[in-house]
Design a protein around this ligand. Structure first.
Ligand code: NAD
Ligand code: LMR
Length: 332
C-alpha cells in the first residue's frame, strides 16, 4: 500500500539552496524512494514571482513522488501541518562578512517563525535550521517555540562532516564512502573542530584508523582542520555565492539519517540542544557525534578527548555562548 505523503517545509525556497534542495526532496533523496511528499515552499514577497517559477519547474519535472506543492509568502500557510521543516530562509553571508554580521538580520526571522511552527506544524515536526548563524538561529527557534520538544530542533553541521570525509578521501585517495566517523564539534563556523581521532577507513584488510593511514599528524592537526573550518569562505570566494548544492545534499543526509536511522557502527554530526555532554556548554545548540534510530538522535558517549581536542571543544563552545548572548542583545 502506498505511504501517506509527508509534508516538508523549505523556507527561503526561491534562494539558491532552495533551488538545489526541492528537486532532491521531490526525487526521494531526503525521505526515501518510496515516500511521497508534499512540498511547502516559503519565501518573502519580493521573491514571490521567483518562487512561483520554482513551483512551475516542479510541475514540469513531473516527479512521481511529488503529491502537491504549496508555494506561499504566508508563514502560517507554509507551516500548517508540516512534518519536516528545513529552515533555509534568511540572508546569506557575502564575501568579507563574518557570520556574526548576519546575526541580527537572521535571529529576528527565527524568533517570528518559531511561533508559526509551534502553532501550525504537525505534532512531532522535525526541524533542521540551515540558515546562518545556524546553531544560534536554531537556539532562538527553540527558545521561542517552547512547546516543540528541544530534541526536535537541530542545525546543519552535516555539510562540515561531509567536507571532512571529502578531505580525508582525497588525501588517502580512497572512496569517500569508505571513510566514516569523523566528528564536527561545536559551531557551524570557523571555530568548529573537525576531529578525526575516532575516524576510520575501510580497507581490503579491514577497518583502519585514519591517523594510522594518513601518517601525517601535522597535516591532520593543521591544514586539514583549517581547510574544513574555512571551506564555506573558500566556496564564497570562488563562486561569489555561498555553497548550495553541497548544503542541499547535506540537508537531505541530515534528515534522512534522523528519520530512517544511521547505519550500524556509524555516527554522523548534528547540531543538537546540548545537555553538557563532553563538558560542552549546556543550553546551546552544539554539534556532536550522534547515532539515530526510530526517528531519535542520541549523542555518542564515552569517546576519549585528548588535550588538543579539549581546547578546541572549549573554544567553539565559548563562541556559541557568546553568540547566544549576542543573539539576545539583537532581539531586545
Ligand atoms: P539565498 O539568499 O540564495 O536564499 C535565501 C532565501 O531566503 C531568499 O530567497 C530570501 O528571499 C529568503 N528569505 C529571506 N528572509 C526570509 C524569511 N523571513 N522567510 C522566508 N524566506 C526568507 O541564500 P542561500 O545561499 O540559499 O543560503 C541560505 C542560508 O543558508 C544562508 O543563511 C546561508 O548562510 C546558509 N548556509 C548554511 C550552510 C550550513 O551548512 N549550515 C551552508 C550554506 C549556506
Ligand atoms: C558554508 O559553510 O558553506 C556556509 O555556512 C557559508 C558560510 O557563510 O560560511
Amino acid at each position: 500500500m502506498a505511504k501517506e505523503p509527508v509534508r516538508v517545509l523549505v523556507t527561503g525556497a526561491a534562494g539558491q539552496i532552495g533551488y538545489a534542495l526541492v528537486p532532491m526532496i521531490a526525487r526521494g533523496v531526503m525521505l526515501g524512494a518510496d515516500q511521497p511528499v508534499i512540498l511547502h515552499m516559503l519565501d518573502i514577497p519580493p521573491a514571490a514571482e521567483a518562487l512561483n517559477g520554482v513551483k512551475m519547474e516542479l510541475v514540469d519535472a513531473a516527479f512521481p513522488l511529488l503529491k502537491g506543492v504549496v508555494a506561499t509568502t504566508d508563514v502560517v500557510e507554509a507551516c500548517t501541518g508540516v512534518n519536516v521543516a528545513v529552515m533555509v530562509g534568511g540572508f546569506p553571508r557575502k564575501e568579507g562578512m563574518e557570520r556574526k554580521d548576519v546575526m541580527s538580520k537572521n535571529v529576528s526571522i527565527y524568533k517570528s517563525q518559531a511561533s508559526a511552527l509551534e502553532q501550525h506544524a504537525a505534532p512531532n515536526c522535525k526541524v533542521l535550521v540551515v540558515a546562518n548563524p545556524a546553531n544560534t538561529n536554531a537556539l532562538i527557534l527553540k527558545e521561542f517555540a517552547p512547546s516543540i520538544p528541544a530534541k526536535n530542533i537541530t542545525c546543519l553541521t552535516r555539510l562540515d562532516h561531509n567536507r571532512a570525509l571529502g578531505q580525508i578521501s582525497e588525501k588517502l585517495n580512497v572512496q569517500v564512502s569508505d571513510v566514516k566517523n569523523v566528528i564536527i564539534w561545536g559551531n557551524h563556523s570557523s571555530s568548529q573542530y573537525p576531529d578525526v581521532n575516532h575516524a576510520t577507513v575501510m580497507t581490503p584488510s579491514g577497518e583502519k584508523p585514519v591517523r594510522e593511514l594518513v601518517k601525517d599528524d601535522a597535516w591532520l592537526n593543521g591544514e586539514f582542520i583549517t581547510t574544513v573550518q574555512q571551506r564555506g569562505a573558500a566556496i564564497i570566494k570562488a563562486r561569489k555565492l555561498s555553497s548550495a548544492l553541497s548544503a542541499a545534499s547535506a540537508a537531505c543526509d541530515h534528515i534522512r539519517d534522523w528519520v530512517l536511522g544511521t547505519p550500524e557502527g556509524t555516527w554522523v554530526s548534528m547540531g543538537v540542544y546540548s545537555d553538557g555532554s563532553y563538558n560542552a556548554p549546556a543550553g546551546v545548540i552544539y554539534s556532536f557525534p550522534v547515532t539515530c534510530k526510530n526517528g531519535e538522535w542520541t549523542i555518542v558517549q564515552g569517546l576519549a578527548i585528548d588535550e588538543f581536542s579539549r581546547k578546541k571543544l572549549d573554544l567553539t563552545g565559548a563562541e556559541l555562548t557568546e553568540e547566544k548572548e549576542l543573539a539576545y542583545s539583537c532581539l531586545s
